[in-house]
Every structure is written in structure tokens, then in C-alpha cells.
Design a protein around this ligand. Structure first.
Ligand SMILES: [Fe+2]
Length: 407
């Protein structure tokens, strides 16, 4: 993996020459994250940012000037951490990704439609249909069990114009995929999938004046916004279905913004006081927020998003969880568009948990232009390797169409 170039820093550590990037995280949930993209020109600029009340920023260490990159590189630390993890691999796929994609597309679009009605219903004060939600999560588990790469790929490549709803579905899907990688039982996967689906329903109960505010939130407004995990739990608990709902689902919803170092919300829990389901959703939620395409912004490439999250390991995220998540998705997750050192453009068609930098890819173009797509398993290759990641929209590739032909 190229050295993770994105790093989250405390504002006290900001210096002139640092290059700030817009991570795309919702300013509603991260109002103290400074996101105006560009180089910090002077100490005066730093002081102005501090005076505005920001407490952190994401910087690109490669574009920054005057940053020491001495010591162990991110790449070295990551491969050591991944090697140290106990090897556990979920059962292999039952069908090919191409075969599963047809079914997965239905599951995904039904889920997004359902998430829309769920969220809109909650805003109107309506109850959550636990039976229908459970059926939907079981469909997700079914697809992930047949071939987890299909829904994982779709979660990154579809519905960018419906972020609020697709985000609930993506978090549910990725919680199931990650839970399966962690060896969770089918029952635990159901709880993880439900908690992922419901994690942000409380946002629908935040006053619209706060939710739709075009300017930066005041500390008082952010205090209201920070209640959304609790509001969601209370809403579910206030209905019949919620009272019979397993505690784990409510706990996952309640703790999805808690951070290992105690700086999260709503309760500011730290360390092992955060439940395991809360730790899992926290990782998945941030990953999806970073790597989703928005109407106004290109997505952060999954590879970069994972690199940034890796720099937050043991601080915001519980030790071991980001590392396992990277091992689960692969350093280049399925659906990633990449350039090889041969000049070929390719789409990652299957991850390789044993050798995460050597996935199976579909070659779609060479230096001269498009070619008839063909498979290449990088795990057997010593001279061919992934050189960089690409935005599929910029290079005119539809990764879903490529995966459909990856049988
Ligand atoms: Fe949230």
C-alpha cells in the first residue's frame, strides 16, 4: 500500500505549509473539523482557524511542505499490523460475483427504497417496522453469504444522489460483511445489520432548523445534533417493536459516534466501555461517509479513506478494528478502479485477504485505450502490481458493468 497520505491532526499541531483536504464528512456531525481545502499559508491563517473554533483537520502529507516523514512509514506499520492479526477467513463465495450481482442489485435498490420510507416515516413520528427491517437484513445476509463482493461493490458504486438513504444501507451491508469477517454468528449478523440500518434514524428527529442550517453550527446547535444517537434509540424504545428489540441493536445505535479516546458523543465513553457493536459501526460509518460520492463532491477513494482511518487507529477507533476492517475489505476494495505499473487500467473484481495488495482484477484498458476485458490474478504476479487508484468517472469506466462480466 502506498503510504497513507491523509492524516487527521489536532488543530494545535497545524503549521503553515500543511495542505488541508476536504474529507467530505458531514459538517453537521463534524462541525469542528476544518475542511477548507488548500495550503495553510501562514501562522496568521492558523490563528484565524483556531479563533473560529475548529479543533481538527485532515491533511495530505504528500502535498504538505516541511513535514517530517521520518521513522516507520504507514505502509510498513500497516503490513506489520495486518501480518500480526490472527488469520481468519470467512467461508469462500458460493457463486461468482457476476452471478450474484443480478440478485444483489435488487437487494440493494429495494433496501435503499425501504431506507427512504423508514427515514421519512420516522420524521413524521411513525413507528419502525421491525419485521420488514429484519427481512431486508436477512436478504442482505443471504447475498453477502453467497458472494460478499457483489453488495460490497454496489455499496460504493451506486445511489450517490440519495446519500442519506444509501448510507443507512451501506452501513448495514458493510456491518454484515465485517461481522462475517470477524466470525460472528448469523444471529449476531442480523443484529449488526439492523443496528447499521437504524444507526442514524435519530437524525430525522433533530429539528430541521439545525439539520438544514447552511452555516456552521453554534456549540448549542451541535449539542442538539449530538443527541441524534440517543433520539434514535428513544424513538425505537418508545414503540412496541423497540421494547422487544435486542439491546445490542440499541447499543450499536447509541454508541456509533463514541470514540476510543473518549472524545465522542453522546456519552463520551472511552476504551473498553464502548460496546463491540458500537466499535464496529463507528468504523463502518466513517468509512462509508468518507468514500461515498456526493452530488457536490467526488468520493475519497476507498484506498485513501482506509489510509486516513488507519492514521486514526487507537485514537478515535478501538485498537485492532480498523486494521481488521482493512484486512476484510482488502487494501483495494472490490469495485476499485486502479492503474497497474504496466499502464493497464483495471477494476478490482475480488479481494485477496491473504495478500491484500494482490487482488483479482479485470483489465479494461491499456496505454492505447479500451481492450476486451480480461481477468488477471495479481496473486501469482511478481512483476505486475497496482500503481495507483483512479476515479472511475474521470476515466469513463462503469465498474458495475465490468464486474458483471467478471465470471
Ligand atoms: Fe450518526
Amino acid at each position: 500500500m502506498a503510504q497513507p497520505v491523509l492524516k487527521k491532526i489536532a488543530i494545535e499541531d497545524m503549521r503553515p505549509g500543511m495542505y488541508v483536504v476536504d474529507s467530505g464528512l458531514s459538517w453537521l456531525e463534524y462541525p469542528y473539523l476544518y475542511m477548507k481545502e488548500g495550503m495553510i499559508s501562514s501562522q496568521v491563517a492558523v490563528e484565524a482557524i483556531v479563533a473560529e473554533g475548529y479543533s481538527e483537520a485532515v491533511i495530505d502529507t504528500e502535498l504538505s511542505i516541511g513535514i517530517s516523514r521520518g521513522g516507520e512509514s504507514g505502509e510498513e506499520a500497516l503490513s506489520r499490523d495486518l501480518d500480526a492479526l490472527p488469520d481468519f477467513f470467512p467461508p469462500p463465495p458460493i457463486v461468482s460475483v457476476a452471478e450474484e450481482l443480478d440478485k444483489a442489485k435488487f437487494v440493494y435498490s429495494d433496501s435503499v427504497r425501504y431506507a427512504r420510507s423508514l427515514m421519512e416515516g420516522v420524521r413524521m413520528g411513525g413507528a419502525v417496522d421491525l419485521a420488514a427491517s429484519t427481512t431486508l437484513v436477512e436478504d442482505i445476509i443471504g447475498s453477502v453469504t453467497r458472494n460478499c463482493d457483489a453488495l460490497t461493490g454496489l455499496s460504493k458504486l451506486r445511489s450517490f444522489d440519495e446519500y442519506t438513504f444509501s448510507h443507512c444501507v451501506n452501513v448495514s451491508v458493510l456491518c454484515v460483511v465485517f461481522g462475517r469477517f470477524l466470525g460472528k454468528s448469523e444471529e449476531e449478523l442480523r443484529l449488526l445489520g439492523l443496528a447499521g440500518l437504524f444507526h442514524d434514524v435519530g437524525k430525522q428527529l433533530v429539528p430541521t432548523a439545525v439539520l438544514n442550517k447552511p452555516d456552521k453550527l453554534t456549540p448549542e446547535e451541535f449539542a442538539v445534533m449530538k443527541q441524534h444517537p440517543l433520539l434514535g434509540c428513544k424513538h425505537l424504545y418508545g414503540q412496541e417493536a423497540g421494547r422487544s428489540m435486542e439491546q445490542a441493536v440499541l447499543l450499536g445505535m447509541l454508541e456509533h459516534h463514541e470514540k476510543y479516546n473518549g472524545t465522542g458523543y453522546p456519552r463520551g465513553l472511552s476504551g473498553s466501555r464502548i460496546s463491540e457493536i458500537g466499535r464496529i459501526i463507528a468504523v463502518v460509518d466513517v468509512y462509508d461517509a468518507l468514500s461515498s460520492r456526493r452530488v457536490y463532491k467526488a468520493p475519497m477513494h476507498p484506498h485513501k479513506a482506509l489510509g486516513l482511518m488507519y492514521s486514526m487507529r487507537g485514537k478515535e477507533f478501538y485498537p485492532g478494528y480498523v486494521e481488521r476492517f482493512i484486512k476484510c475489505l482488502g487494501i483495494y476494495p472490490v469495485g476499485s478502479t486502479v492503474r497497474l505499473n504496466t499502464g493497464h487500467v483495471a477494476v478490482v473484481a475480488a479481494s485477496n485477504p491473504r495478500e491484500p495488495i494482490q487482488p483479482l482484477v479485470m483489465l479494461v484498458a491499456d496505454k492505447a485505450g479500451p481492450i476486451v476485458p480480461r481477468r488477471l490474478d495479481l496473486s501469482g504476479q511478481y512483476t505486475v502490481r497496482i500503481e495507483s487508484t483512479l476515479d472511475p468517472v474521470e476515466v469513463g469506466i462503469d465498474p458495475v458493468a465490468v464486474l458483471e462480466n467478471a465470471a
